[in-house]
Write a protein that binds this ligand. Structure first.
Ligand SMILES: [Mg+2]
Length: 153
């Protein structure tokens, strides 16, 4: 039986919805050993990237299904959900770095998340992300990805 899935739009968090200075904070999360507590402490106060937030809300208001997908770890999910709530960003699903993926690259994390979305009956038709290597991964999976910032880090 063919199962088409529920159409949805996927939004990344850091550098897409939340201001993220890769030059200042990248060392906490882009190496093999991650310092997630320190990262989440800093990102709790991250300003919203207003145009992307506006796009998310307009899509939601028009009836779109919104999925958040971040390389942040699932074990710290409450921090990310709290930030989204604080900024009034509605979402229908959230996919984060799996427990066994702490050393995985961001593109690997997002490829796994996409497979999980599909297994959950979701059919992403558009992705908003900032990091070039991740944008390439989404596109390699056949998706249209709008890159919202230079993302060369
Ligand atoms: Mg990002």
């Amino acid at each position: 039986m063919t199962h088409l899935g529920k159409p949805c739009v996927v939004f990344d968090v850091d550098g897409t919805l939340a201001e993220f200075d890769a030059g200042k904070l990248g060392h906490l999360v882009h190496g093999l050993e991650k310092q997630w507590d320190e990262f989440h402490d800093v990102m709790a106060d991250a300003p919203l990237i207003a145009p992307v937030a506006k796009l998310l809300r307009r899509l939601k208001d028009s009836g779109e299904t919104i999925v958040i997908c971040s390389g942040r770890p699932a074990g710290w999910a409450e921090h990310t959900k709290a930030w989204l709530r604080k900024h009034d960003l509605p979402f229908d699903g959230i996919y984060l770095r799996a427990e066994d993926q702490d050393r995985a690259s961001d593109p690997e994390v997002k490829r796994r998340a996409l497979a999980e979305m599909k297994a959950d009956g979701l059919a992403p038709w558009l992705v908003i992300d900032d990091r070039s290597s991740v944008v390439e991964a989404w596109r390699a999976e056949g998706l249209v990805c709008l890159q919202c910032a230079p993302g060369d880090f």
